[in-house]
Design a protein around this ligand. Sequence first.
Ligand SMILES: NC(=O)c1ccc[n+]([C@@H]2O[C@H](COP(=O)([O-])OP(=O)(O)OC[C@H]3O[C@@H](n4cnc5c(N)ncnc54)[C@H](OP(=O)(O)O)[C@@H]3O)[C@@H](O)[C@H]2O)c1
Length: 198
Amino acid sequence: MMSKIITVIGNGAAGSSIAGNLRNSGFEVKVGVRSPENSVNTISIEQAIQESEEIIIWALPYNAAIDLIGKYENDLKDKIIIDMMNPLKGDMSGVETFNGKSGAQHLQSQLPESHIVQTFNHVDAPVLENPTGAFQFVVGSDKDSVNQVANLAKQMKFDVEVIYDLDRTKETEAFAFLWIYYSAVINQNFTAFLKLHK
Ligand SMILES: NC(=O)c1ccc[n+]([C@@H]2O[C@H](COP(=O)([O-])OP(=O)(O)OC[C@H]3O[C@@H](n4cnc5c(N)ncnc54)[C@H](OP(=O)(O)O)[C@@H]3O)[C@@H](O)[C@H]2O)c1
């Protein structure tokens, strides 16, 4: 049975768009932020994690998430972590790797008892909120968690393809980077929203 409360950590362009889609898709959404007093419908990250069911979406800058998760390792045990974060290098010369690991693999190594599933990272905020059949890979090594996230993404109006191998996030993160590089560096704006269709 799919959980009805979905927790989102972060309320920027990505977090607020994914939360909007989830609410429109009938889910109860709890959004955790570092300063809940500054935005409506948000709670502290700590409270959001304490009150989470099985799915938590991390929508922070990658390094901010890595700095925070250690504190919550026990609370995140056995939970499904949706990693929609791209560990972009600050100079936009590529994606960070961590001793050869992707961001998602590195996250998994920091949270060995959680189930990391990567998706929603190769899509832009307006499409996150309103995908109308846009395509996303759903990538992870725990088959049941991947299937649950794929099911969630379908309810959010994404077309999905699953890959049961977290190692392939090296390619999904590189793929996301290529599009961001094209938009931000070559085109110098984000009007070229990535909206893939199969
Ligand atoms: N934007 C997109 O279209 C898009 C699409 C797919 C994936 N993503 C990924 O989603 C993630 C977030 O991107 P974004 O565009 O939403 O960024 P953003 O608009 O800059 O929002 C960042 C969010 O992270 C919070 N934050 C930053 N540093 C923090 C820290 N040290 N501790 C706690 N919270 C912190 C910010 O909180 P404050 O408001 O308190 O600063 C804000 O809620 C990135 O990893 C990005 O690669 C983005």
